[in-house]
Design a protein around this ligand. Structure first.
Ligand SMILES: [Zn+2]
Length: 289
């Protein structure tokens, strides 16, 4: 193959076959992306003056986060909240409430800028400012990362690994966790995501993000089917939920119903991203990797 031919294939070996803890058949990972207004600023910085556009994201701190924390507490569930640096600085009280409730906090960029291959400087600034904000406001150093707007590249994975990120949850190419293989050695673990489990695709509409809204029945049908087959295959059902979507009244109700449904399976391991990374690394050590 000529050197200039694009090589999109992921060089990482297939996901290893390891057991889930306590004999469970699959894992269930509740991931929330706390973008607040930064997702709209990341699309166009001029949105700072477009106050109705900003108010889509503003719903998170005013209503959505608190409602989801109440929902998780009622289900006795712990999740991972991927928070942008901008959000943690703009809404410290809402983010402190997430931490205080015992959930994992992870990295989600600063301005919610989509990582752009070739623009290493912007990627580096997004990564470093995100770390700084989480440390300054919440006093923590995250070990997980989810790419804003779902893009990734080798340079970004290296930056993350070199700064202590142990897992990414951004890629779409598996149903079980695997470890990235970078040109200079192992990269972070990947806990893959699935676009069918991203509430943004079903529950929000705006002129910059236009789509039809989906009914509760339609979303539950998709989510149940994804979950059941992922469970049968022994994979990880990774949710990608946003407080400005799933914190809305009707979306909250359907998430409540979906969590009740998943809780009906007694052989599912409910885990945060960090729990899954810890388990993966223990399994690697047991295999002598
Ligand atoms: Zn996001």
């Amino acid at each position: 193959m000529p050197a200039d031919t694009p090589r999109p294939a992921n060089p990482a070996p297939p996901a290893p076959d390891f057991p889930w803890p306590e004999g469970k058949r699959s894992a269930f990972f509740l991931g929330f992306d706390v973008d607040a207004e930064s997702v709209w600023l990341g699309m166009d910085r001029r949105n700072a003056e477009r106050l109705v556009t900003m108010s889509y994201g503003g719903y998170e701190a005013r209503v959505g986060i608190a409602k989801l924390l109440e929902l998780l507490a009622r289900h006795d569930a712990k999740g991972t909240f991927f928070i942008t640096g901008w959000t943690v600085e703009a809404h410290p009280a809402a983010c402190e409430a997430i931490l205080k409730a015992g959930h994992e906090i992870a990295h989600h960029g600063y301005w919610h800028l989509r990582p752009e291959p070739g623009d290493d400087e912007t990627m580096r600034e997004e990564v470093e400012r995100g770390f700084e904000a989480l440390k300054r406001v919440l006093g923590l150093i995250p070990v997980g990362y989810r790419a804003p707007s779902g893009e990734s590249c080798v340079a970004l994975l290296k930056m993350l690994r070199d700064r202590g990120i142990r897992y990414s949850s951004s890629w779409r190419d598996d149903i079980r966790p695997y470890r990235h293989l970078l040109p200079d050695g192992p990269g972070p673990i990947e806990i893959p995501v699935n676009y069918s489990l991203d509430d943004w695709n079903f529950g929000i509409t705006h002129r910059m993000s236009p789509r039809a809204l989906f009914s509760r029945e339609a979303v539950l049908s998709i989510w149940r089917d994804e979950f059941e087959q992922t469970h049968a295959w022994g994979g990880v059902t990774t949710m990608m939920l946003h407080p400005q979507v799933s914190g809305r009244p009707m979306r909250y109700r359907l998430l409540d119903e979906f969590l009740t449904y998943v809780a009906g399976f007694d052989d599912v391991w409910w885990a945060t991203g960090r729990d899954i990374a810890d388990h993966y690394e223990r399994c690697e050590a047991a295999r002598g990797v």
